[in-house]
Design a protein around this ligand. Structure first.
Ligand code: SF4
Ligand code: SF4
Length: 131
């Protein structure tokens, strides 16, 4: 089955899905089991080699995932886990930012805080000094 890509009436998005501006490596990820749970209309499925595979028509993640493996993993305590986003997640996407090599973080902290803004989350959290 071919992939159908529909353009969405949303604001232009940045294409940054990975940041390496400091010693840490930050990567945007999505949780495909939650795409399934929320019955995202952009999921597609096809049968091949006697199995059913699912993927994202918006190509937010690139992998085609075995549906039975995904369903089985969903029932386990740790779930299926996340897959790397290859395009900026949409507001409906169950997205997160995962960080590797956190011990390398600069003492001044993140120099690209905008990277952690996800479409459906508040931009910046302002914390008062006396809190
Ligand atoms: S990554 Fe986003 S667009 Fe793609 S299937 Fe999941 S929720 Fe839908
Ligand atoms: S901590 Fe900030 S600057 Fe460093 S890689 Fe992550 S987003 Fe980029």
């Amino acid at each position: 089955m071919g992939r159908i890509r529909q353009s969405l009436p949303v604001a232009p998005r940045s294409s940054e899905v990975e940041c390496r501006r400091c010693g840490v490596v930050c990567q945007k990820v999505v949780h495909p089991s939650r795409c399934l749970e929320q019955q995202c209309p952009f999921l597609y499925a096809y049968d091949a080699f006697g199995r059913t595979y699912v993927g994202c028509t918006q190509e937010i993640f690139a992998a085609d995932i075995d549906l039975e493996v995904l369903e089985r993993a969903r029932r386990r305590r740790n779930g299926f886990g996340s897959v790397r986003a290859v395009r900026e997640p949409l507001p409906i996407c169950p997205a997160d930012v995962e960080r590797a090599y956190e011990n390398r973080e600069d003492p001044m902290g993140c120099i690209n805080p905008e990277f952690h803004e996800l479409p459906d989350r508040p931009s910046f959290r302002v914390i008062r000094g006396d809190d």
